[in-house]
Write a protein of this length. Structure first.
Lengths: 691, 312
């Protein structure tokens, strides 16, 4: 009897095991094929950020019936020009958006800042790479040992933007935040409560560490040289075979650091107008004019023999421009591999980017994806640049679909760069002559921007169809656009007016020899695209202007600047000069330029001004392919704000968006945010706010 | 630190040399064994592969009504049961029980007489003998099960490791040969694909980029000098079997690529390869299917062993 009972129990136990196993398998297999269901949805805000979308062009196209979805929002009271940042530069503007505050709080005033302790040494404003300890010197290497008792500090990149991003308040409130490609957030800010995921955008470097991205171009008969935005290298065929080397990151563990490289064998077939590339065991066949898919590159960073080699993983695409007559091969900047970033943090959490890559494959991870420098360097022609930019857009549209599929509630923010980086190269709404195109071609390529806006309108239409009834939808841009026909050299003007000495000074960066600056007599200098600094005593290393004279001198420079006329046609050049202590509010104002120079449409600071060079001519033609810009007076290039809800506020500004989003998601904005809710603000309240 | 560095560098260099020596020896040993094994195994696989292909088509034809994940789970579970029975009837179950009893008894003796040195040593010796005996009794069924198991796995591999090309998808095709430039080659893609680029000679092969056009099983015809060689191409969206490679007579390639006939021994071509994409799924996708198969088949075998009174 007892035996029977035991057998029965054992049998029952086995049956249980079998059933349990079957249950586990069923769950596992079922889960692999199905999407998990979720509970009731919370409030939703969908923000689509079109960098550089311009209200004038939008209005015209809406009036012409070419942007039906945006027009629908406008007709329901959901459209206004959006006050941009001072100055209207992308890192500044997006930092305003992110923090709901002006540069006095977040400390980003320009693409380029200067270190007054080193007089005017320039550096990139949004992120800083802090060199680590050298480490243990062994066998030709410096090996950082980041554990006790050595505790060597590794080299790391820090986000310099200050202030609290608005999504931190959502994160704290337990509201999910999904952010894709947002500028001015590299390295991505951390989520303290695990509700925020973010893919960093503009500002993310390529694998070589370049913020703008460095492409590599190989051409027969070329001379080896570095250009802004890349490298040009010769390619020499023996028979029909050649070898090229793709530059990778610098191997900083070596005592004599050098760039690591990946060899690529190139075979060409002139008859077929095709080439074969052999890259680390992978074959790529391309016909003339074809782009390859993404190709993984594994850069091996050698180590001493007792340690395994380290690896840097990148991805690139090849573009076979030409085979017959001459051979031309373009390689995109090497992006950090999203499927295996190998220690490079480009998302928060770190595996967010690999999750995306698991679903979508490989994609651009560099901050600047459209290779405008290839067009400027004449590696691309207009058509080729448009084609490359279009690939970028296609990829981002796929990413946007993914973002929507994985979004349930909370905030979804998605950024499109195409409206900015295509506009920089193709926008032209001036009656005057285009720097590099005939009037017909200028008109044709401005049409590219119009077509792009129409395409983006389609994106908005899909967003409205999916979320319009159940969510707050915001479509915004950080600034607008204008033709950039004439360039103003601020430092040339300052030298001419006697603020920079001596009269033959060629650069404020030159401290000795011919053309150097004399800081003992220089009172003001320009740096960055809109910044003007006094050589202030006690702040600048060689400062001479006293605090007592500061205000008067700023007023004097301001008045003079507002009277500057273009020698070509007598047009005023400078529309606004902002005294930063009047327009910024916050502790970082002390680090800001003293004046921000705001130009009229058609004008911008010259290319040489941004890094302190001084040309002979004060105002000259812009002769670059980069023929449109927005680094002008803020009211010359406002952005746009569209919503599926009526915008009550008059004169909405970028800093109003953070409090608007917070309130739409049920979170009270902190007192530090100076902006107001767009859906509640009244004219009186705006006037009281004084901006 | 400097001395420590020198010691580490010297030690690591020596270890690296040792590692390379061991690998070279192992490869040399494998080469010798391969020379002996290849004629036998290659011949056996020439017979087994067609049978495996037919059985594979039947089995996967039946489970094709299910999702690929469920198909793999069911096949793995059935394989677990079949292997369990094969083990039961090809092994000496009584001898296995006896060997396990010996092991248990000696483990107990070690515990009980830990103060008796003579008993301890004797038990350890007997324990080792027991383990060796158990291994020996396991060896025979494992050898018998091994080959059909490998053939079965190879049938799974050609369905789960890679997937067929989708219509409109690109793929690369390689024909490997010595000194490619000394041969005239051409590819007739036929109805299922179109040639986009090629033939492009590389260091030891010609490559083509093809684009699949519509679902089906097709034949790519390669004209190499005066020789015509066929290679199967599969286009589809389901769980079609794909033949990645067609090669000459070698048991390893025959095992991994069992579908197509071997290349003629005097052919200028050593192998033809189509770069099919990996199948993507964390249950039945590339490489994961092996894990799923082993976990499920072993779990089933472990759970059912007491039910069917199988000892191992």
């Amino acid at each position: 009897m007892i035996l029977k009972l035991i057998i029965h129990r054992v049998a029952r136990k086995r049956t249980c095991h079998v059933m349990l196993m079957a249950l586990v398998l069923t769950c596992a297999v079922s889960c692999s094929d199905s999407k998990s269901s979720s509970g009731p949805l919370g409030p939703r805000v969908v923000v689509v950020g079109f960098d550089g979308m311009d209200p004038r062009l939008c209005s015209r196209l809406m009036d012409e019936g070419k942007l039906p979805n945006l027009a629908k929002m406008r007709d329901a009271g959901g459209f206004k020009p959006l006050g941009t940042s001072i100055p209207p530069q992308s890192p500044v503007a997006w930092s305003n958006f992110i923090t709901g505050a002006d540069p006095g709080v977040h400390g980003i005033f320009d693409f380029v800042h200067r270190d007054p302790k080193r007089q005017c040494a320039p550096y990139y404003s949004a992120a800083e790479t802090v060199e680590g300890d050298l480490g243990w010197e062994v066998d030709g290497f410096n090996i950082p040992l980041n554990f006790w008792p050595f505790d060597h500090q590794p080299t790391e990149t820090l986000l310099r933007r200050e202030g609290i991003p608005f999504w931190d308040y959502l994160d704290e409130a337990g509201i999910d935040v999904h952010i894709y490609d947002i500028p001015a957030n590299y390295p991505p800010s951390k989520s303290k409560h695990g509700h925020m995921c973010c893919l960093s955008g503009m500002g993310t470097p390529d694998l070589l560490g370049s913020l703008g991205g460095e492409s590599q171009f190989f051409g027969e008969g070329e001379k080896s040289r570095a250009v802004s935005g890349g490298f040009i290298e010769p390619i020499t065929f023996t028979g029909e075979k050649a070898k090229i080397r793709l530059l990778g990151p610098e191997h900083t563990f070596l005592q004599l650091p050098e760039r690591v490289k990946v060899d690529v064998d190139v075979y060409r077939d002139v008859k077929q107008k095709a080439a074969r590339l052999e890259v680390q065991g992978k074959t790529i066949l391309l016909k003339e004019g074809e782009w390859s898919d993404w190709c993984r590159l594994d850069y091996e960073l050698s180590m001493p023999p007792f340690l395994p080699a380290s690896h840097a993983k990148g991805i690139c695409r090849f573009y076979l421009q030409q085979v017959s007559d001459t051979f031309r091969l373009y390689v995109t900047p090497i992006s950090i591999d999203p499927s295996d970033p190998a220690g490079q943090v480009i998302s928060e959490p770190e595996d967010f980017v690999t999750d995306i890559s698991d679903a979508l494959g490989l994609f651009y991870t560099t901050g600047f994806q459209e290779d405008h420098k290839a067009l400027s360097n004449k590696i691309f022609d207009d058509h080729e640049y448009h084609q490359q930019a279009d690939y970028v857009l296609e990829e981002r549209l796929t990413l946007f679909d993914y973002a929507k599929q994985t979004y349930d509630d909370g905030l979804l923010f998605f950024y499109f760069s195409s409206t900015d980086l295509q506009a920089h190269m193709f926008w032209w709404d001036s009656d005057k002559k285009h720097p590099i195109r005939t009037p017909e071609m200028a008109k044709k390529y401005h049409g590219v921007i119009e077509a792009l806006y129409q395409r983006m309108d389609g994106v908005v239409g899909r967003v409205l169809a999916e979320y319009g009834d159940s969510s707050t939808v915001l479509v915004m841009s950080d600034h607008g656009f204008a033709s950039f026909r004439r360039q103003f050299n601020l430092n040339t003007w300052l030298r001419q007016e006697g603020y920079i000495f001596p009269a033959d000074c060629k650069s404020i960066m030159r401290v000795s020899g011919t053309g150097s600056v004399d800081w003992s007599r220089t009172t003001a200098y320009g740096l960055g695209l809109n910044g003007l600094y006094l050589n202030l005593q006690g702040r600048e290393k060689f400062g001479i202007v006293t605090q007592r004279k500061r205000a008067a001198m700023l007023q004097e420079i301001k008045e003079k600047l507002l009277k500057v006329r273009d020698p070509e046609d007598g047009h005023l050049v400078v529309k606004e000069v902002y005294l930063t202590e009047e327009v910024y509010h916050g502790p970082k104002t002390a680090d800001a330029p003293d004046l921000i120079v705001g130009y009229y449409r058609d004008y911008r600071a010259s290319w040489s001004t941004s890094l302190g060079d001084i040309s002979d001519v004060m105002v000259s033609d812009n002769d670059e392919a980069w023929s449109a810009d927005h680094c002008m007076a803020a009211d010359e290039v406002p952005g746009v704000i569209f919503s599926n809800k009526p915008i009550v506020a008059t004169g909405p500004r970028l800093i109003d968006l953070a409090p608007t989003i917070l309130q739409a998601l049920g979170v009270s904005p902190p007192a530090a945010m100076r902006g107001k809710n767009l859906f509640e603000m009244t004219h009186t309240a705006l006037a009281a706010d004084g901006e | 630190m400097e001395t420590l560095g020198d010691i580490l560098v010297g030690g690591a260099n020596w270890l690296w040399w040792l590692y390379e020596a061991v690998i070279s020896l192992a490869l040399a040993a494998f080469g010798v064994i391969d020379v002996v094994l290849n004629p036998v195994l290659s011949t056996v696989l020439r017979v087994l592969n067609p049978i495996g292909n037919v059985l594979g088509d039947v089995v996967y034809g039946v489970v094709s009504v299910l999702s690929p994940a469920w198909g793999l789970v069911i096949i793995s579970a059935i394989t677990g049961v079949v292997m369990l029975f094969m083990f039961k009837y090809t092994s000496n179950q009584q001898a296995i029980v006896a060997a396990k009893d010996t092991i248990k008894a000696n483990l107990l003796a070690l515990k009980l007489y830990k103060d008796e040195l003579r008993v301890t040593f004797l038990s350890q010796w007997r324990l080792m003998l027991g383990i060796a005996r158990l291994q020996w009794h396991m060896f025979k069924p494992v050898v018998i099960v091994l080959l059909p198991m490998l053939v079965g796995l190879s049938q799974m591999g050609i369905r789960y490791q890679w997937r067929a090309l989708h219509a409109g998808e690109q793929a690369y095709v390689h024909v490997y040969m010595d000194e490619p430039l000394s041969h005239e080659v051409a590819l007739e893609a036929g109805a299922g694909a179109e040639v986009e680029v090629g033939a492009m000679a590389g260091a030891g092969d010609y490559a083509w980029r093809i684009r699949a056009t519509e679902p089906g099983v097709y034949t790519l015809k390669f004209l190499v000098d005066t020789e015509t060689i066929d290679k199967e191409l599969v286009v589809g969206d389901g769980l079609e079997r794909v033949s990645v490679e067609r090669a000459g007579a070698h048991w390893v390639t025959q095992l991994f690529h069992p579908v197509e006939a071997l290349l003629p021994s005097r052919s200028a071509v050593s192998r033809i390869e189509i770069k099919y994409p990996d199948r993507e799924s964390w249950i039945y996708g590339s490489d994961y299917w092996v894990l799923t198969f082993f976990v499920i088949s072993m779990l089933v075998a472990l759970v059912l062993a007491p039910v069917f009174k199988v000892k191992f």
